[in-house]
Design a protein. Structure first.
Length: 141
């Protein structure tokens, strides 16, 4: 008696179920990684503003003369032109802060922020990531 070759319906259904389970586990991790890679543009745009502020500060030796894009000799659109950067703001009210906001494509929640604070120590600007950045809780930065 000849035995038929091939897969049974049960074997095919088990294989499809295993593949579906693997895809359902891998897809969220892939999406999170994809958003984190897009958020890198927000970080790089913020780094560009930081370098411009440092150059301005080294030239003028006064941080108050470096708190607008005009004083930096740049336009805001120079830094927001990447499609994943929604907005960049510079504020100087007691502490010098650069706030970069991501688009919905580059953030887990809508508009994650990347906030860098500068402190003057021995005539040098020291930058550090603010704990109020929403990208920390979202895991994108």
């Amino acid at each position: 008696m000849l035995r038929p070759s091939g897969f049974t319906m049960l074997e095919l259904m088990i294989t499809i179920a295993i593949i579906g389970l693997l895809v359902s586990l891998a897809l969220p991790a892939y999406n999170n990684h994809f958003k984190r890679s897009k958020f890198t543009e927000v970080v790089l745009a913020s780094n560009g503003v930081q370098r411009a502020v440092e150059l301005c500060y080294n030239k003028n030796i006064d941080l108050a003369k470096c708190d607008t894009f005009t004083e930096l000799g740049r336009k805001k659109t120079d830094f927001t032109s990447p499609k994943n950067v929604a907005n960049i703001e510079i504020t100087n009210s007691g502490s010098f802060i650069i706030t970069s906001t991501a688009t919905a494509d580059a953030s887990k929640s809508s508009g994650d922020t990347y906030i860098m604070q500068a402190q003057l120590k021995s005539g040098r600007l020291i930058w550090q990531l603010s704990q109020t950045s929403t990208c920390i809780s979202g895991g994108t930065c």
